[in-house]
Design a protein around this ligand. Structure first.
Ligand code: PLP
Length: 396
């Protein structure tokens, strides 16, 4: 199989098989040095001048452009900032304003809870009879109707890896007159995305998963360039203003994607992200996708032949799966803890999902085989059934 020659670009602990890059990407080499340099040479030496001389002010869109390339979005259509949950709120509220006669936010039961919670919070806040309608993932396209204001769909299911057809669902939404909002949290850097091609109005995502920006790295938001000038931002912060340093009394949004900025950006964190995104130089998303499917298929084949206790919870067909594989098992939590104790890092999602991310930038066939050897040993010998593996941490 074709492997991507990028493993050397990451600082992975010796001996660790890291199958959790779908949750928190590892540290790319060069990031720690770049952040150190930024602290000394920019913050330390330039202080407030850094906003101009180091262009901290331009960083959200500059970094957004690096992500735009990975999600099929044009230059200047993506900006960074805040958290993904906040970006969901911004996009949703903007979408509702675009369809004032409609009252339904459509989503599916595979969506990540925070997206659904943000929708509920917004609905409560508006208090104008809005409704969050949640259908099964396979029913999304068929659930479009003339009461849907916005379809808010996460392309890749965080639990199972099931992947929606972006072009098909976007078309169904728009044919019904709804606005389309994609959450690309488990897509950006994991699978090829063609935002411009599918024509969705909005997309959001985070940068600490497959994009390796580090814990707390900011979210991103995309708005289709032809609609951005009409968006009415709910979070009308000063850095989304057309002229923040005019300090005008009234809010007047920037003409472009910068209107989706809110307040002061996390410059240190974004410097880490900007450096981390350099690993994508020269990576062809089609090659990445091919490698990801090969690794996931191999993992499924080996686990099914050696660990019959586990039930595949992901689509078997690689074409409808993101870059992760999940297995259901009633003792999934202690099994994952036992794996972590052996330096094979996956994670657990309630109620019974064992989740493994395959990130071909730094995971290869040897890692897959090594992980399955250890998993089979843990299951065959019930090594997971030790008291220390049953203790629940604050984060699973
Ligand atoms: C990871 C993830 C989030 C997390 O949101 P934060 O605000 O960054 O904590 C939200 N939605 C989806 C779909 C996710 O996968």
């Amino acid at each position: 199989m074709k492997t991507l020659p990028k493993k050397h670009a990451f600082s992975l602990p010796e001996g660790m098989i890291y199958l959790d890059g779908n949750s928190l990407g590892p540290l790319p080499k060069g990031v720690a040095e770049r952040v150190q340099q930024m602290m000394q040479d920019e913050w330390g030496a330039h202080l407030i001048k850094g906003w101009n001389v180091d262009d901290w002010m331009g960083q959200p869109v500059r970094v957004g452009n690096m992500i735009a390339r990975l999600i099929g979005a044009p230059e200047g259509s993506v900006t960074m900032g805040d958290t993904l949950s906040i970006k969901v709120y911004q996009a949703l509220s903007a979408a509702l304003k675009m369809r004032p006669d409609r009252r339904v936010i459509l989503s599916d039961s595979g969506n990540f809870p925070s997206d659904l919670y943000m929708a509920e919070g917004l609905i409560n806040q508006l208090d104008q009879g809005y409704e969050l309608r949640i259908v099964a993932p396979e029913d999304v396209a068929g659930a479009m109707g003339d009461d849907i204001a916005v379809a808010m769909i996460t392309q890749v299911d965080y639990r199972t890896g099931r992947m929606h057809d972006m072009a098909g669902i976007t078309k169904a939404a728009q044919d019904a007159g709804a606005v389309m909002l994609w959450d690309l949290a488990h897509s950006a850097g994991a699978v090829p995305v063609d935002l411009a091609g599918c024509g969705a109005e909005f997309a959001v995502g985070c940068s600490y998963k497959y994009l390796n920006g580090g814990p707390g790295a900011p979210g991103f938001i995309y708005a289709r360039p032809d609609i951005v000038g009409d968006i009415q931002p709910a979070l009308a912060g000063w850095l989304g203003h057309d002229a923040p340093f005019a300090f005008e009394r009234g809010y007047r949004p920037a003409p472009d994607i910068e209107r989706m900025r809110v307040g002061t950006p996390p410059v240190i964190q974004m410097t880490a992200l900007e450096e981390a995104l350099k690993v994508w130089e020269g990576v062809d998303m089609a090659d990445l996708r091919a490698a990801s499917i090969t690794l996931c298929d191999l993992f499924i084949e080996l686990v099914e032949s050696r660990c019959p206790q586990l039930t595949l919870a992901s689509p078997r067909d690689g074409a409808t799966r993101g870059s992760q594989v999940s297995f259901a098992f009633e003792h999934g939590y202690p099994v994952i803890q036992a794996l972590i104790a052996r330096d094979v890092i996956g994670d657990f999602r309630a109620p019974d999902i064992m989740r493994f991310g395959f990130t071909p930038l730094y995971i290869d066939e040897t890692d897959v085989r090594g992980a399955v050897d250890i998993l089979a040993d843990i299951l065959d010998n019930r090594l997971w059934d030790a008291p220390e593996y049953h203790k629940k941490g604050r984060v699973t």
